[in-house]
Design a protein around this ligand. Structure first.
Ligand code: CO
Ligand code: CO
Length: 357
């Protein structure tokens, strides 16, 4: 596989001796393998700098995954005895070894005992650089995931939301996404009334009522790739203050989007949104970064923060999602997914003008 080849080139270039990869977005990116429910039993791909590799996997995946050299272990066996032999056969006994960032500590603690003379580094030092620049195929999958998010938004606002709880609406959003995609990219956020002052509010039993502003934040996963959209809608006669805030957020989001082009820094995009909001007196109420990279993970590089010096390149994808949150009143956030071409291109396109239901 081309990506694995490229990965090995980077690995040698940076003078690492091997890599230990557990299931997750990096394994999927490099090999196409996406085994589910592997948290408990050791499932590990080992690669050395010569490009030799061995897969150690639980026997229950024997019919599901395929790798040239593989050892499947049964529940009666101790996988770490197998691992010790494999480490020796791949000559991974000393040196600099990359380890999947999200590997469970329970695995890593065992593995460290077998790798006494090794220094461990996070796998992401290489994979985040590779994954940050999306190719045409990846961009088309992200576009699809974004289109599903748009569709779900239009469907959910076509329903009568008054009297439904935040939890109920979150469930309906999840149901709609699962009909069209692999699944959700994260648990949907539905935050109404005062709850909307909390950016990551957990949907509650609070029922939607006239006068509410409601933040809907959700995304779909399509063939592994994530979308992430936020729209804030008004129910009944909108509160004047929140209506004013809505316009500020909308313009801030637009000016951040307009700032996107190849060659500027990630922090310049944050600045565009932040300056707009600050100039209108709401700077203290914009309490998070402007956005985050998006791909196989819903949060990855490049982060659109005040400090990120990363130069934006063609093929990078991220969200732009400024918000204003006023305690005891409510909040507004508008989020789109954007790909860098010469300029920015929005992947999500659902209505950005205030929708009043
Ligand atoms: Co979001
Ligand atoms: Co987001």
């Amino acid at each position: 596989m081309d990506r694995m080849k490229k990965f090995l080139e980077f690995l040698r270039e940076d003078d690492y001796d091997g890599a230990l990869i557990t299931p997750g977005s990096n394994l999927y990116y490099l090999t196409g393998m996406a085994p589910q429910a592997t948290e408990e039993r050791l499932f590990l791909l080992l690669v050395n700098r010569e490009g030799e590799s061995v897969l150690i996997a639980p026997k229950l995946y024997e019919n599901e995954v395929e790798w040239e050299n593989s050892v499947f272990w049964s529940d009666e066996e101790n996988p770490y005895e197998i691992l010790e032999r494999v480490l020796a056969s791949l000559n991974l006994k000393g040196g600099k070894i990359l380890v999947e960032d999200t590997m469970r500590a329970s695995f890593l603690i065992h593995i460290e005992r077998l790798l006494e003379d090794c220094t461990l580094y996070p796998l992401s030092v290489i994979t985040r650089e590779m994954r940050m620049r999306k190719d045409e195929k990846e961009l088309s999958l992200m576009k699809k995931a974004a289109e599903i998010a748009d569709k779900v938004f239009y469907e959910i606002i076509s329903r009568d939301l008054v009297g439904k709880s935040e939890k109920q609406i979150a469930l309906e959003i999840e149901f709609l996404i699962r009909e069209l995609a692999d699944g959700v990219s994260f648990s949907p956020i539905v935050a109404s009334g005062k709850n909307a002052a909390n950016p990551h509010h957990t949907p509650s039993e609070r029922k939607i009522r006239p006068g509410d502003f409601v933040i809907l934040d959700f995304g779909a996963k399509y063939e592994g790739y994530c979308s992430d959209i936020t729209r804030t809608i008004a129910i009944g006669h909108p509160n004047e203050k929140l209506k004013e805030i809505y316009e500020v957020v909308k313009e801030a989001q637009e000016s951040a989007f307009q700032s996107v082009r190849e060659g500027i820094k990630a922090k310049d995009v944050d600045r565009a949104a932040r300056d707009y909001i600050s100039e209108r007196g709401y700077g203290n109420y914009f309490i998070h970064r402007t956005g985050h990279g998006l791909g196989l993970e819903v949060h990855e590089e490049p982060y659109i923060s005040q400090t990120n010096e990363r130069i934006l390149e063609k093929g990078m994808t991220f969200t732009i999602e400024p918000g204003i949150y006023i305690p005891n009143l409510g909040g507004v956030r508008i989020e789109d997914d954007v790909a860098v071409e010469k300029k920015g291109k929005r992947l999500t396109n659902a209505e950005r003008e205030l929708v009043i239901l």
